[in-house]
Design a protein around this ligand. Structure first.
Ligand code: GTP
Ligand code: MG
Length: 620
């Protein structure tokens, strides 16, 4: 339907490039190669595309591009690393970019920059085959493009970042709302467009696309088996799983698109991502937690005290803040359901402890949880961001533990009596605070070195801690991350959960205040236990698997890709556990599983082939 409408759109002689494509605002419609639209040569592009399988994005500035290409060359020349192509792209792009974006910046600075970038960006659903350069040329009519990339999610999509917000207004003016024959469009002019080709048959170039989802576990295990040692396995795992630069951009853009809808009711509201999307612990495929912040509305209304009158807004009052949150989320949920382009399966879960609207943003492929009045969760995200940025071992260890826990079914995407990623990350932080010397400081230390402007009290909870990373002394601890991994399992495999609680504020265990199986003190709402949902049997499984994992790591301490024909080190820990057989003899617990058997076979075959090749080359 949309296509018919688009073809009818007139072409103006002032815009010669417009003869190929038309854009339409996307009323109710439904995850990459990317490059910047600069003058990079076809040779560069072809070489990269051919060797990497995908190029996600080239920085526009010459320095950025140099760094990118440098890291690409280093990566390509590193023949020992047999990472499957999809992960290579992630590894190449994500780390330098992530470091570049966050290095030395406070959490608020990063958020501000990203949000501003998102406000200059649009999302376009595209036909499968599109002439990339022509599209960019077409869009350049509205202003300079600083960045763009393509991805797949229920069809091909593009994210285009203009250098100025005004370009979007110009594009919106030039786009139209399609008229369907049997359906009527909701005339909402969003920043989510649909691109039509006027003459599809002549436009047959394919753009390369990246998959945003997490790689298959079997692929991860194979990749890890080729690493040199456990330390390299841990770092590789993080590179494979961490959010890519583009994925982060898309998360901010999605929030920004939802903000446009919420702003129809609350014009100064903001919708900010929090949780693993922003706290540096996010893994590809994680949900997108959003926070509707209405606080700025109150802040802007400066009270004028001069004169004889005091003017205030006439407002509707409700009995409590929770009530207000529920009402607001109910309305925004309705809006998303009825008018939100790309928003599907909207569920209003308003009676939860933290009321939320859950929906799928089909175009980005994100499962979204929208909450309001949740500033403490935002502070928790900032705290994790600080810990994640302080020492590279923190994120590396947390990724391994979170991935291990998921493979062992200790965590789940379904709410229940299992540990959550948030709780596991707190355990990693606590463990690292307990090392001697500590790898990271306690929250109380971060509070003591805070500036006056860091002071933050939310609902009478002290959420103060330093925001400037430069004020925190680097750790004197020199332990390797593989040793830390093994020690983590030892530590929690023998932790006295029955009497002690985990307290990252003090960086020390405390007496447990109640009888819950595991007690992890909420760092800000200190009377709460963030793991109160975990039952005795889940804790027992965690302890049992932690002990078993420590045993496996110690047992294959000297193993490597050269000596092993079976998954070793971290890879052995990621073999799926067999239900009800977790007490099976170590370490072959996963071998009964058919998928694992196949994986073992393919690793053995690869290993045999490598040995044969080595023998031939040594003999010749
Ligand atoms: P993923 O599993 O990758 O989504 O990790 P996540 O850290 O995003 O966890 P989740 O989506 O469950 O929750 C989002 C954020 O809400 C977390 O990062 C915390 O800031 C906060 N949060 C989650 N669970 C709790 C809890 O039990 N207590 C408190 N105080 N905050 C929580
Ligand atoms: Mg989350």
């Amino acid at each position: 339907m949309l296509t018919v409408a688009m073809v009818m759109w007139p072409v103006t002689s002032a815009w010669p490039a417009l003869t190929d494509v038309t854009l339409t605002g996307l009323p109710r419609w439904l995850p990459w190669l990317s490059t910047s639209y600069t003058e990079e040569t076809e040779v560069e592009r072809a070489a990269m595309a051919a060797r990497v399988g995908l190029v996600t994005r080239l920085p526009v500035c010459p320095q950025g591009r140099g760094r990118f290409l440098g890291s690409l060359c280093r990566h390509l020349s590193n023949s020992r690393r047999a990472i499957p192509r999809r992960e290579e792209a992630t590894a190449v792009c994500a780390e330098p970019e992530l470091q570049e974006t966050t290095k030395g910046k406070t959490f608020s600075e990063v958020q501000k920059e990203r949000r501003e970038q998102a406000q200059r960006s649009i999302l376009i659903s595209c036909p499968k085959k599109i002439p990339e350069k022509k599209l960019l040329k077409h869009l350049c009519q509205h202003g300079d493009i600083t960045n763009h990339f393509f991805f797949e999610s229920f069809g091909l999509h593009a994210v285009i970042e203009f250098s100025k917000k005004e370009s979007i207004a110009s594009l919106q003016d030039a786009s139209f709302i399609p008229r369907g024959e049997t359906e009527f469009p909701i005339p909402f002019k969003s920043r989510f467009f649909h691109l039509n080709l006027k003459n599809p048959s002549s436009q047959t170039s394919n753009v390369q696309c990246n998959n945003q989802s997490s790689p298959l576990n079997a692929d991860i295990i194979k990749t890890l088996c080729n690493a040199e040692n456990v330390e390299s396995q841990i770092n590789t795992l993080m590179k494979i799983l961490q959010l890519t630069e583009e994925n982060i951009r898309l998360r901010y853009l999605t929030c920004s698109l939802i903000e446009d809808i919420a702003a129809a009711y609350f014009p100064s509201c903001t919708i900010k991502p929090f949780g693993s999307s922003v706290n540096t612990f996010g893994k590809l495929g994680c949900d997108l937690d959003m926070f509707l912040d209405l606080d700025d509305i109150g802040k802007n209304s400066a009270t004028k005290t001069e004169g004889s009158f005091l003017m205030e807004y006439q407002v509707k009052n409700v009995p409590s803040e929770r009530w207000a949150t529920q009402k607001i989320l109910a309305v925004i949920g309705e809006c998303l359901d009825n008018f939100g382009p790309g928003c599907v399966s909207v569920q209003k879960i308003l009676n939860a402890r933290c009321p939320l609207v859950r929906f799928s943003h089909q175009a980005s492929g994100f499962q979204c949880d929208l909450t309001a009045n949740n500033r403490i969760a935002m502070k928790s995200s900032e705290l994790l961001y600080i810990y994640g940025s302080l020492d590279s071992r923190v994120r590396a260890l947390a990724f391994s533990i979170r991935c291990w826990a998921r493979q062992q079914a200790l965590t789940s995407s379904i709410p229940g009596s299992w540990l959550t990623n948030f709780s596991l990350t707190m355990m990693v932080i606590f463990f690292l605070q307990k090392r001697s010397p500590p790898v990271i400081p306690s929250l109380d230390y971060l509070k003591n070195i805070a500036d006056a402007e860091d002071k933050c009290i939310i609902d009478s909870n002290d959420c103060t801690f330093v925001s400037n990373l430069d004020r925190i002394k680097p750790s004197e601890n020199k332990e390797t991350v593989d040793n830390l991994l093994c020690q983590f399992f030892e530590y929690f495999g023998n932790f006295p959960f029955n009497k002690n609680s985990i307290n990252i504020r003090k960086g020390k265990e405390q007496n447990k205040p109640d009888s819950s199986p595991i007690y992890i003190q909420n760092p800000f709402e200190i009377s709460l236990n963030i793991s109160r949902n975990v039952n005795e049997s889940q804790l027992e499984r965690f302890v049992h698997l932690a002990r078993e994992s420590a045993w496996i790591l110690q047992e294959n301490k000297d193993q490597s890709s050269k000596s092993s024909t079976e998954p070793w080190g971290l890879a052995a820990l990621l073999l799926p556990s067999v239900p009800n057989k977790s007490k099976a003899k170590k370490p072959g617990r996963g071998q009964a599983n058919e998928a694992v058997k196949k994986l073992l076979e393919s690793i053995k075959a690869e290993s045999r082939a490598t040995r044969e090749k080595t023998t031939i080359s040594t003999q010749s």
